[in-house]
Design a protein around this ligand. Structure first.
Ligand code: OGA
Ligand code: NI
Length: 348
């Protein structure tokens, strides 16, 4: 057993169990009704399935989603090539405290270091964000993607793939709106200037998978995540019924979808953002590609007025998404002694 830097070691209660038993997994949802050319097609079964999955799990997988497999293969190949570059080459596109896009390998989740390396890019260019995490600082900066010079195919693969992710995310957003009893396009307006981003993850083999996590337990702060995982597996979701960690078994060509904190707030807790984490493997490296659908940075996030009333009053005060994210990015960048910002801080 190799030595592992103590910065990576999880507290005892958060160390993963490696002998996970078979258990009921997250729902698998077939999106093929959306591909029907029949304009009067009845999506009510699909909408009900999505609603149940959001309410009971916060996570589901989709198949027949319409994303061409060629597009996914291209980005998977390009991601492998990127991470195979030397550290020195990767650091040339390294993130810094001003622009958090590009490569980094020092992320902390809940103040413990993650066993992973990452490449982040924004989908709509240029993205505007507050220049710092201080909420009284109103200066805005443009976020520019960083691309490695010697790997031009990475840029093309990421840009094509991101376009497909946006299309799929909109389909899901509309199904989610319908499942909340809202008009299909009720949520679309929040995403006109969306500040979504794409992340390439590599989880290297780890000599101590029983002590370390690829990503520590967390909830995604965004609206919706669309994740591609490879065949190795390692993503675990905290089951709502009993709090058990459940492995999300890789399904070829499927996407894993999860509700983020923003949908939790919009839905006034009807759909909760669920904790998840990533286990690492002593032999195999693992790759994954999450797409994070974000509203415009200027958005004030609060429970939707149609979903609150006297019996069910708003559970959250409005918060500004751009400021929230800037604050979070800062805390991911260095180890802090305090908990990072959470939607619970805005709970009424
Ligand atoms: C994340 C995440 C899961 C994975 O990046 O927020 O939860 O399987 N990733 O990489
Ligand atoms: Ni996540």
């Amino acid at each position: 057993m190799g030595e592992v830097d103590p910065a990576f070691i999880q507290a005892l209660e958060h160390q993963p169990k490696l002998d996970i038993t078979e258990a009921e997994g997250i729902p698998l949802i077939d999106l093929s009704p959306l591909n029907s050319s029949d304009t009067d097609a009845d999506f009510s079964n699909l909408v009900a399935e999505i609603g149940d999955a959001c309410k009971n799990w916060g996570f589901f997988q989709v198949i027949n989603h319409g994303v061409p497999s060629r597009c996914r293969e291209k980005i998977e190949v390009a991601a492998r090539k990127f991470f195979a570059l030397s550290k020195e080459e990767k650091k040339k596109v390294g993130r810094d405290e001003v622009n958090p896009l590009g490569y980094y390998d020092t992320e902390h989740t809940k103040n413990v270091r993650d066993w992973k390396e990452v490449f982040d890019l924004t989908v709509k260019k240029p993205t505007i964000k507050p220049s710092s995490h201080e909420s009284d600082d109103k200066e805005l900066i443009q976020l520019m993607n960083r691309w490695p010079e010697d790997l031009p195919e990475l840029r093309e693969a990421c840009e094509d793939y991101a376009e497909e992710m946006v299309k799929l995310a909109y389909k899901l957003l509309e199904l989610i709106a319908l499942s909340l009893g809202l008009p299909k396009t009720r949520l679309n307006g929040f995403f006109k200037d969306h500040a979504s981003f794409l992340r390439l993850n590599r989880y290297p083999p780890c000599p101590a998978p029983h002590l370390v996590l690829g990503v520590g337990r967390h909830k995604d702060p965004i609206a919706l995540t669309v994740l591609a995982q490879d065949e190795v597996g390692g993503l675990e979701v905290k089951r709502k019924t009993d709090g058990e960690w459940i492995l999300v078994k890789p399904t070829p060509n499927a996407y894993i979808i999860n509700v983020g904190d923003i949908i939790q707030v919009w839905s006034n807790d009807k759909y909760e953002s669920v904790e998840h984490r990533v286990m690492v493997n002593s032999e195999k490296e693992r790759f994954s590609i999450p797409f994070f659908l974000n509203p415009a940075n200027s958005t004030w996030v609060e429970p939707l007025e149609e979903l609150i009333n006297k019996q069910n009053p708003a559970k959250y005060k409005p918060y500004n998404w751009g400021e929230f994210l800037a604050n979070r990015a800062h805390s991911n960048f260095e180890k802090l002694d305090v908990e990072n910002i959470q939607i619970s801080h805005f709970r009424i």
